[in-house]
Design a binder for this molecule. Structure first.
Ligand SMILES: [Fe+2]
Length: 315
């Protein structure tokens, strides 16, 4: 009798499968779980490892071959070949003197953090802005953008884009500029898409005057102009540690200056100038600085907030 029932169930389930269906009571994998799973992995990419590789790529690959000479950082979680965390990809990019990266636009939102080198500028929707170390420059959804190096130094920066989120939700559009570069260009010192390093420092000073000298500081680069990405700068004095936190927001940290150790889910990850730290959702983390440090935090907090999924707690 029992064997008959088993056979009937097996036949039933195979009929489900033939219709591309599955019974909710016997899933091969659960669809719901009590709190965010640990999928993507905490990971650090060290700029000192990357820079010589970028230099070698610069000798072999020109800007004709590569629309952008960048190296994306893929999270080492199994099966992933692109994303740094679930919703964000980060990359290192280098541009040599005399080179131009042609204009294009795409639905993914993007931003840059300049690490080293002078003489490079970006043109975003006809506005040309110089890019200097410590600056953060935005290229929002569907804005034309190109970059050129008219100086004498190689310029290194980091790119952050919400491409993995666009992949998940599917609204990808991309096009190269029909003329290669925008023709009507206006040079600006200040622009809403440019967060200058000196302004960040002034903002930190004001925040420190408000909170006192002995606490890590967090400021937002705002008002926010990217719908999917929040940008925060953290200043952590030598010997200071940020309060541990666990949040549904996926984040990537970039080291603007200083060195220290990130503790993520109990594991210690040393970092220094130019490094990239992947902190996926719901990973308990705190950041300790061994020398005076500034880090940029790039996160999908606005997405989580708009959708009602932003939750944070002290672990
Ligand atoms: Fe782009």
């Amino acid at each position: 009798m029992r064997a008959d029932r088993e056979a009937a169930l097996t036949a039933l389930y195979s009929d489900f499968t033939a219709l591309n269906m599955e019974g909710g009571w016997h899933r091969r994998f659960p669809a719901l779980w009590p709190e965010p799973r640990r999928n993507f992995l905490p990971h650090v990419w060290h700029y000192a490892d990357v820079k010589p590789i970028l230099d070698r790529a610069g000798e072999l690959i020109d800007t004709q071959q590569a629309e952008r000479r960048n190296l994306t950082m893929f999270n080492p979680v199994e099966g992933n070949i692109y994303s740094t965390v679930r919703t964000i990809v980060a990359a290192y990019q280098m541009i040599r003197p005399g080179e131009t990266a042609r204009a294009h636009r795409h639905t993914p939102n993007a931003l840059r953090l300049i690490l080293e080198g002078h003489g490079t500028s970006t043109v975003v929707d006809g506005k040309q802005v110089e890019m200097r170390p410590g600056d953060v420059l935005l290229t929002p959804n569907w804005a034309w953008h190109s970059h050129s190096n008219d100086g004498a130094e190689q310029c290194y920066w980091m790119d952050f884009l919400d491409v993995p989120l666009v992949h998940l939700l599917e609204p990808m559009f991309y096009e190269p500029h029909p003329d290669g570069l925008e023709q009507a260009v206006e040079q600006l010192e200040q622009a809403p898409i440019a967060f200058r390093w000196e302004d960040t420092l002034a903002h930190f000073e004001a925040e420190q005057a408000r909170l006192g000298p002995n606490v890590p500081l967090t400021i937002e680069l705002g008002p926010a102009q990217l719908d999917t990405i929040a940008l925060h700068m953290l200043r952590i004095g030598a010997g200071q540690t940020t309060a541990p936190v666990q949040t549904t927001a996926n984040a990537v940290f970039a080291v603007v200056q200083g060195n220290g150790v990130a503790e993520i889910d109990g594991e210690r990850h040393p970092w220094s100038f130019g490094d990239t730290i992947a902190v996926p959702a719901w990973r308990a983390h705190s950041i300790h600085a061994q020398s005076d440090a500034v880090l940029l935090r790039v996160s999908d907090e606005p997405v989580m907030r708009k959708l009602g999924w932003l939750r944070s707690r002290q672990p």
